[in-house]
Design a protein around this ligand. Sequence first.
Ligand code: HEC
Ligand code: HEC
Length: 209
Amino acid sequence: MSKLIQRGISSTPSMTLFILLVSLLLIGQVHADSQQVIKQCESCHGSKGNSQKKDIPSIASFSVGYSQKVMKAFKADKRQGKRVKATSSSKETSMNEIAKQVNSNDLKAAYTYFSKQKFVPARQPSNPTLAKKGQKVYNKRCMKCHGDTGADPEDDAAILKGQWIPYLRAQMKEFQENKRPMHKKMKQQIKRLKPKDLEPLMHFFAQPA
Ligand code: HEC
Ligand code: HEC
């Protein structure tokens, strides 16, 4: 009996060590998985979230709150993401599929990583005369929420200034056709936009902040 107790007691430290080792292995595993997921995001959104592809948005410095909000919309198919390929040889997929496949811990790790990266404005042409006209429209209709000339990640409203224009144009179309959910007050402003306001706005956003 006393031998049994002794054995029981002596097995406790090794048991603790065993549990500790297993936990460490598990933590290591989770970490490795989120690194893998971040690499997957970067295969489309570019190194550190600065996209080199015109139809894929940069997500560097996006707030965790904004990323969570849009990912929820993708997961519920309330926002329809364009189908794209990371490279010419990879399989076509969309943010809707990604939002459903990747687990929430890995997604959170990815948002946190991207929120800490510096946003590099896309290098693209902008016509200064049109951009000036666009600034007036922006000041009147968009600045209130897309503050700091549209580049404030704290607004939870994405970054417009320096974002890829082909991507923004596609999003404006989605908003105008009611295919992407949006803030009620933004909807009012989008409705008030005249067709001739759109291109000047795009040229204004194309200028780096
Ligand atoms: C196969 C390419 C691809 C991969 C991989 C990918 N994305 Fe995307 N992502 C896109 C495209 C394309 C869009 C634009 C969707 C649309 O058309 O509305 C997008 C949009 C987004 C947006 C919304 C941006 C905005 O301005 O509203 C976020 C946030 C985002 N992705 C995060 C991620 C994260 C985090 C990962 C990794 C888990 C990831 N993406 C992996 C292609 C990809
Ligand atoms: C009342 C606040 C508000 C106003 C006014 C507003 N927006 Fe927005 N906008 C938002 C929010 C919030 C989002 C994030 C939408 C989401 O959750 O998907 C957004 C998203 C966007 C996006 C998508 C960005 C991306 O990366 O996908 C574009 C483009 C945009 N707004 C353009 C405009 C333009 C142009 C105007 C002015 C005509 C405007 N907005 C006025 C609040 C506003």
